[in-house]
Structure formats: structure tokens, C-alpha cells
Design a binder for this molecule. Sequence first.
Ligand code: DGJ
Length: 735
Amino acid sequence: MPIHYDASRRQFHLQTPNSSYVLRVTSEGYLAHVYWGPRLRNPKLPDALRLVPRAFSPNPHPNRPELSLDTLPQEFPAYGNSDFRAPAFQVQNPDGSTVTDLRYATHRILPGKPGLPGLPATYVESPDEAETLEIDLADNLSGLNVTLSYSVFRDYDAIARSARFRNTNTQALRLLRALSLSVDFADDAFDMLHLSGAWARERHLMRRPLRSGLQSVESRRGTSSHQHNPFVALMRQDAHLHHGEVYAVNLVYSGNFVASVEVDQFSTARLQIGINPFDFTWHLAPGETFQTPEAVMTFSNRGLTGMTQTYHALYRNHLCRGVHRDRPRPILINSWEAMYFDFHVEELEQLAREAKDLGIELFVLDDGWFGKRNDDRTSLGDWVVNSEKIPCGLDGLAERMHALGLSFGLWVEPEMVSPDSDLYRAHPDWCLHVAGREKSEGRNQLVLDLSRDDVCEYIIDAMSQVFASARIDYVKWDMNRHLTEVGSAQWPAERQREVGHRYVLGLYRILETLTQRFPHILFESCSGGGGRFDPGMLYYMPQTWTSDDTDAVERLYIQFGTSLIYPVVTMGAHVSSVPNHQVGRSTPLKTRGDVAMSANFGYELDIRHLSEADKQEIRRQVGKYKEIRQLIQFGVYYPLQNPFDEQDAAWMFVAEDGHEAVVFWFGTRAEPNGRLRRLRLMGLKSELSYTVTQDGRATSEEPVGGDELMAIGLAIPFPNTDFQSTTWHLRAVNS
Ligand code: DGJ
């Protein structure tokens, strides 16, 4: 099994198929971090902990000048007794002091992987799929106990880590900082990679060399955010898309987070991730526990591609849940960019009829169907159908869609309230606010206080009524602003800094209840596009609207960045009209189709007014996607050309058995007198030969060897206009 304990060395060896992670209890009882990297057979690591006396690194043990916590690599560093680097946690004791000293107490090795109460987490379906190590650490003076948990997956280069704090004191403790993970690396010869951006340009790749001091990304917005994703990777400086070592961490959490790397005076690097300590304190009463979110660590010695494939497989099989997890996802049409708030049931039906005629499978009614919602200034919270726009009611509309042969989906934004709503007039204190202060509005709306049970109950009831009121097959759960005036009328002064985290816990409780109550509904999460594209949300909702930017060129960057971690089946991607509503760019319909077809496919434009030629092209796209859907949604994804490094983008999807593949190439700018370039493929079977069709036409009479396709590759075309795309479909012949 993947966890070995060597009692003679007091050493734990956590082994995945291609990596090892080693920790050791020192003779003083400190839990030291010894190694993370390529898999080792039987690690002895005699000189991994290099202890030498250092000036200005104090020594907690008399006559031991070589031992300072400032230079000891540690698993879960404390604050206050000789380590000056960033601690993994900090606690305020009953006497007001903030020093703690955790020592090893005991450990357990358990089959499988226990769940985390109230929090999303990766899971196993049978106990032999993972093994879990729990190590108890204790600070005898304060009564603080910490249990570190490591679940090691049998088939993936992934370890899920978290920490649980318990107060065994007779007085309360205050948690000031409670990260999920800390890893000390013996050197700093890395680049830091993170996924950052803004609304409509989420998850762009940012890579920078590590420098002395602290470098971090974080969210203080109450959600994981468009601006930074709860992810960071350390890449060896020679590591690239397909080569080299990558160490990555991703937090299964949807609120404020911090992901940081500190390079110290001796050029060691400390990697950390967890709940952002900014504006966070947790009151831990005697006997109470606090569970941190889970961080998923992956190691790859195949560059970013190895990391990507580990996260994809793990999240598809051990994070996403429910009946839709393994089912092909429907091709949808969404009413938003087609009609915005301006529609009537007849127009919806016309759109749906056209959609059905083109082969689309699911009709999604977006914002504007409830209350007096004819623009974004009103009615959030009043979840009653607008009978002027939809006189037949939601049930009538759903029946009409089903009668046409389409499934029916609905948009909701349950965490919000418009000041102009019956809900707000009845419960003005149900939103996040601080008494006596102005409430900042974002998109004319306020955020409901999900730290309160009564508010969560209201949302569960209101949504249950909507979801039960009609034949609803799909729900898009939106969230269109970030949190300000984070305070609650319900909690006492000393617990106000808990409100941000309690909001996320309240949201998780709501989502758990509703997804269990309505298991047949396919949920898609959204936050102004991809503002909450994180593993926490994927645990409840197996797909996410990737971005409000539907421009095909912008999407190359957004989808490439997002798919670095998140499975392609989780990424919503729609063809929209031109000129594009976000950037005004006009791209060919074929290119828009190829970009959107590279993920979870749909349309978001008024197809009623398209030319016959465009409708024919959409029919072709829909037919093609149905043919390759299984490959795209559940095949193995290979990024081939990184648009952040090169002018073009390319990726491919290969069937698990290697017998079929589809390849996409996108040329953003036409090149005069174009260079002769080729695209080397990956993941094929060398011993097989494949027929190759390029955009539906056979490229050669004879099948081509998988070895050739991977060694020499396909010829990239020379488009004479911008924004062109090409796809190839490969099928093995001698299988
Ligand atoms: C933001 C979403 O990202 C859009 O797709 C759309 O649903 C609007 N909200 C509706 O208000």
C-alpha cells in the first residue's frame, strides 16, 4: 500500500505511482519534512536534514546550537519559537500569547479516505483506492491538538492534505491562521506558476522565477475569484509543457485563500496554501474542532501535461459526484447573449424550435424570468415567474420544451438580493452588512448573509420550490458580485471575523442539500463567468461556466489556462454571435465552433436570424460534437501548443485505449509567406496506424503510423486570413 512507516527511523514514506513524499519525527518530537519528488524505492535520506549552527537562528534546546526551527524543514510550522519563516498556523492562547510548540503525539494509517464534515473533498469509492495517514501533534501547554491528514491515492500522483485543530484547553483558543498545507523545499531553483486575470479574462498563465522573500496570490473577495485561482505550481526552471518536474497544489475551497512561496535566507522555499488569514479568526471553544479545507498536491515529471492529466482524472473520478458525473453532457442553447432580459415565451419557443432543428439537446432560460426582472436593477430574491413574459408559467414552459424534444434548464442567482425586492423589504438584515455603514452594491445587488442558518434555510426552501415547480433538468447557479461589508447581524463581535468562512460553509450546506434533494438536475456553477471555477464548487456541480468572454480568440487563452487543472468536461464553452459582445471581434463560425467544441459545448446566440449557410454549419458542428463527445468529455487531454508562449494554440484528446483521437489547431494571426510548421501528436499507440481526416476530408490514401504522427506530426496549414482553425480526426485501423 502507498503509506509505509519505518519505526526505526520514525519515518513515513508516502508513495504514489511516480512520486515519494517523506516525513520524519525528530528525536525532539518535531515533525520534519524530508522529501517530495520522484518516486524512491526505500528512502534512507541520511543527510536530508542538514543542521548547522547559524547566526540569528535561535536554538530552542540548550546546548544544541545546530538545531533551530529556522533551518529545520517542517511539515506544519508554528510561530514563536525560532522559525521566522511564514507559519502554517497561529493560535492566540488564553493568556494572550501567540506562541505554540507542536510535537508528535501519535499516528494512524487508515484504509480509504475519510470525508471532511461540511466541506467538499476528493473521495474514494472503495477503501483500496487510497490510504490515509493521520498524525496527531500536540502543544501541551495550550492544549492545542492538530491532526495532519494525508490521503495517498493508489493510482494517481496525488496526495490530499488537510489539518484539523482541536482545543483540549478549558478556555477558548483563537485561531488566527489555519492553512491547509505547508511544504519546505530544500532549494529555490523553481519558477512559480499561477492562474490569474480578471472578469472576462480568467486564468491566464503567469510564470515567474522565485525571488528572495514572499511571493503570493490570494483572494480577499469572499470567493475564489476571477483574479486568482486557488492554485500554485513550482516548476523546475527547465520544465515546460511536456518535460520536467512540476509540484502543484490546488485548494478545494471557494472563499478567500492564499497561495504563497517564501524563499528564505538560505535559498530554501516554503510553499503554502489555505484559507486566507486576512480578516479571519476562529473562536475555538473548549472541546471544539476546526477543519481546514483540503489541498490536493500533485507531482509530475512530465511537465505541465503530467500535472494536468493527474488533476483531470482525479477530479473527474474522485471529486465530481452524482449521476451526471460519467454521463455525456448535453449540447445546450442559452438565452442570455441571444435575448438578454428582453424576451417573451413565444420568442423562447421560436429559439427552441430552431435549436431542436439544428440538433441541440437542452434549452437554458437564463436571467430575466422572475419578479420584475427586465434589467439588472431588481427582483433578486423574488423567485416567482414573471407571468407577463411567461404566462404559461415555468411548468408550462418546461412542458413546451419537452414537447419539442428538448430538456429544460433554468438560471438562478440564489445568494443575492436586490434592494428593490420583496425579500429585501421583508428582511433588510439578511444581507451581509455592518450596522451604521453604507452597503456597497455590485451590479445593483447585495449579498445574502449565508453565515446565518435562517437565510440558508430560506434559500433551500425557495430553490426547492422553484426546482420542484416544473420539469427542470439543468440549473445554472450564478453569483455576480464579490463580498463587501463582511459582517453579520447574527454573530457577536468576537465572531465577526468568522463570517467570510461561515458564508462558504453555509453555501456548501445549501448546495449539499439541494443537490441531494434534486439528484436528476445537472447543475452548472457560474460567477459572472469563471469567478468561482474551483474544486470546491465542482464537488457539488460537475460543470462551470468558464467565462463571460465568448470570443473565440480570448477563449483560447482562458480555456488553455483553465484546462491546466480542471477537466475539460467541467468547462462550459459556447458559440456566440459576431461581432463578439465582449471584444467586438469577428471570427469565423467554424473557428468559434472548434473552440467551443474543445470543451462542454453549447450555443449562446440568436440562431433564428442566421443565414441558411450558417445554420448548415451549426448542424455540422452539432453532428460532429455528438460523434466526438465521448472523446472530448472523457478522453485524455493533451495540451500541444501553449498560446501564452506561441502565437497559436493546439490540443488533442485521445481515447483511453489510444484507438481514436481528435486534434485541434488554432491560428490566431495569418502569416504572410507562412513558415513550414508541424504539430507533433501525443498519446497515440506507436504500433497502430491511423486514418487521418482533416476537417472531414481524408489527408492520405494510406493510414499513418502512430509512431510517425508522434515523431513527425501533422502539417500545420497556412491560413491566409486571421482566426482560422483546423481539426483532425484519427482512427486506428488495425485494432
Ligand atoms: C453572468 C453570467 O456569467 C452570464 O452568463 C449570465 O448568466 C448573466 N450573469 C445573467 O445575469
